[in-house]
Design a protein around this ligand. Structure first.
Ligand SMILES: Cc1ncc(COP(=O)(O)O)c(C=O)c1O
Length: 187
């Protein structure tokens, strides 16, 4: 049985209507900008695998570093413990981030980064004893698929089933020269 057929028996894919979608292409190998399927056909990965593969597939330096780290320490509880990789990454990120950034907080992915940002804002005002809970967000944006990220994203077919459960958000236009002062007064 092909990998595609095995997949169709056991997997639901994201953003995919499984009844009508074309069968998934089974990729067995990647190299730089190319992907190769189980029949040896090559494809240019023009969307960088949903825009997250910025250094190309099977990048030897990254693969070597990941393998070395996995053999040394794959994970450690991050409450009450720390490790070299986490500290060095934060140090190096803070060097290139704007000067008003002083600390890093690690999360898992784009959606949970948005959740963390929302929670930090809400908890900041909670800790100060002020119940500020109004959130503003740009119209028609996409921030991810967890509930908080959906709440601050534009509504779409993908959020329709959950709309009633999403918290209230004030949506504002993207700033441009014409209405920047209007937006500032809204804020
Ligand atoms: C602008 C933006 N924010 C958030 C996300 C969500 O990221 P993740 O898929 O890692 O949860 C995405 C994903 O495409 C995105 O493009």
């Amino acid at each position: 049985m092909s990998l595609t057929d095995r997949d169709l028996k056991v997997i639901w894919h994201p953003y995919t209507q499984m009844k009508t979608a074309a069968p998934p292409v089974a990729i067995v190998r990647g190299e730089g900008a190319l992907l190769f399927d189980e029949n040896g056909k090559s494809y240019i990965d023009a969307v960088s695998s949903w825009w997250v593969n910025i250094h190309g597939h099977a990048q030897p330096y990254i693969a070597q570093k990941v393998a070395e780290q996995l053999l040394k320490l794959e994970h450690v509880i991050f409450a009450g413990f720390t490790h070299e990789g986490a500290v060095e990454l934060a140090e190096r990120l803070l060097e290139i981030l704007p000067g008003n950034q002083q600390k890093a907080f690690y999360s898992d992915n784009g959606s949970t980064a948005v959740e963390v940002a929302l929670k930090m804002c809400l908890q900041y005002w909670h800790n100060r004893g002020e119940g500020r809970t109004k959130i503003i967000a740009f119209k028609n944006a996409y921030h991810g698929d967890t509930f908080g990220a959906m709440a601050v994203s534009g509504r779409s077919a993908f959020t329709a089933a959950f709309d009633q459960l999403l918290f209230d958000v004030e949506f504002i236009d993207l700033p441009n020269e014409q209405h920047i002062s209007n937006l500032k007064s809204q804020i």
